[in-house]
Write a protein that binds this ligand. Structure first.
Ligand code: SF4
Length: 249
């Protein structure tokens, strides 16, 4: 079983900038029978990008596909055979580094493609040496993720970039995340042809759809994302409609 994948249309934009993003997609929420998104909301669960692209294509009359089943298997592997999973992840990252080198690209890693796991909690072994977590084991590469979990113990981890995600009902966490120095990702109910608002939450808005390379973003911004898939029909408050855009529409 391959844990990491490339080829997501948005991460492919990073190739033009010399980066090769490898993503770990697990089965989000409690789809596998195990919860992997401790701070999920109704809105984000309903609009989750787990069902975007080929992951959401089902044959007539079927409710699953090979991609969804693989994500469930990986999640169960992580939950039930932690040491084996982490060993496999280390091996996959080693391979990705070699593969990217051959391609002349810099490998970068997003382990919460469709989950929100606090990876800093899990120890690993690389080349016979024990490390507190995967970031320490691969100090030479960059990791990045979105999260809704505030208070993760990542302060001293310099090769892991986290962007905090706004959703329906987590406003207090968003304000706390801002005070802790996080950039905030916000999904806006806009068409791709419409410009992002200039500011939101009192901060300049940065178009986060131009690439997925969040670790390159300027600090102190809102990372604006266009609503995609089911998010376009969101009514929970997960997707934001700032007043300024309603006036302009
Ligand atoms: S927390 Fe993220 S991965 Fe989990 S259900 Fe919400 S949007 Fe999907």
């Amino acid at each position: 079983m391959k844990l990491l994948s490339t080829g997501n249309p948005k991460t492919l934009k990073g190739v033009e900038q010399g980066f090769n993003t490898y993503i770990l997609h697990l089965a989000p929420a409690d789809v596998s029978g195990f919860e992997v998104c401790p701070k999920r909301t109704k809105g984000c669960t309903d609009a989750c990008l787990n069902l975007a692209g080929r992951g959401g294509m089902f044959k007539r009359g079927e409710v699953t596909n090979v991609i969804q089943e693989a994500r469930k298997r990986k999640t169960v592997f992580f939950k039930e055979e932690r040491a084996g999973f982490m060993e496999w992840l280390v091996a996959d990252i080693e391979l990705a580094i070699k593969q990217s080198k051959r391609m002349g690209l810099t490998p970068v890693f997003r382990l919460n493609g469709t989950s929100d796991i606090s990876w800093e909690k899990y120890s690993v072994v690389r080349k016979g040496q024990a490390f507190s977590n995967i970031f320490e084991a691969f100090a030479e590469v960059t990791f990045y993720d979105y999260t809704k979990v505030l208070g993760r113990r990542v302060a001293g981890i310099t090769n892991y970039s986290l962007t905090f995600s706004a959703a329906d009902g987590n406003e207090l966490d968003v304000y706390n995340a801002i005070s802790q120095g996080y950039n905030i990702a916000v999904v806006f109910g806009l068409k791709k042809t419409q410009p992002m608002p200039e500011s939101y939450l009192g901060r300049p808005v940065f178009n986060g759809d131009e690439s997925d390379l969040r670790f390159l973003d300027p600090k102190g911004v809102v990372v604006g994302l266009y609503a995609k898939g089911k998010a376009k029909k969101d009514t929970t408050g997960f997707v934001k409609y700032p007043t300024i855009m309603l006036k302009a529409a």
